[in-house]
Ligand binder design. Structure first.
Ligand code: SF4
Ligand code: SF4
Length: 157
């Protein structure tokens, strides 16, 4: 393991476990525009083909077994450059940031999380990553609540 890997709270191993039956991928309006552009589709065609409604949420369609519609066993994520914010943000979800036990449990399904750095460092790196990438969401109906983290930044100071 390199020094960088030792110090990183998360490095994706590209195992694809998080794309297979881990629950709905909630989309933002920005996601819909990015994905439709990536696929070369109009927004309305993209929405008809790839979006399902779950109560007030809009989620990516799935294949058999709740596998993401864009996941291929051999190739992994087939929309990687255009993938949704929620996929870009994992494992730095609110639940894993505020609750050390959730962070521990997430390690069971995601081999990319580095337990060696500890939860405090995971939180620091996660919040900085979300900030730099502009991934934090405003609270409100419909969006991914896992990315509503603005109130957590005061914990960094
Ligand atoms: S489960 Fe973790 S390591 Fe595997 S693809 Fe998803 S984010 Fe990467
Ligand atoms: S969009 Fe890509 S990264 Fe996100 S769940 Fe689907 S296959 Fe996985």
């Amino acid at each position: 393991m390199t020094e960088h890997e030792q110090d990183s709270a998360f490095i994706c191993k590209r195992c694809g476990a998080c794309c297979q039956g881990q629950g709905g991928i909630v989309l933002t309006g920005r996601d819909e525009k990015r994905l439709s552009a990536f696929l070369g589709l109009s927004l309305s065609v993209f929405q008809d083909r790839y979006i399902e409604k779950k109560k007030e949420k809009r989620v990516l369609a799935t294949k058999t077994g709740n596998v993401c519609i864009f996941f291929e066993p051999k190739n992994g994520c087939t929309v990687h450059p255009g993938k949704p914010d929620i996929c870009r943000s994992w494992p730095f979800f609110r639940g894993n940031l505020i609750d050390e036990l959730s962070w521990h449990m997430a390690q069971d399904s995601c081999p990319g999380i580095n337990p060696g750095v500890g939860h405090r460092e995971f939180v620091c790196q996660g919040l900085l990553f979300l900030q730099k990438q502009g991934l934090a969401q405003k609270p409100g109906p419909g969006g991914p609540t896992a990315l509503v983290v603005a109130d957590l930044y005061q914990k960094l100071t």
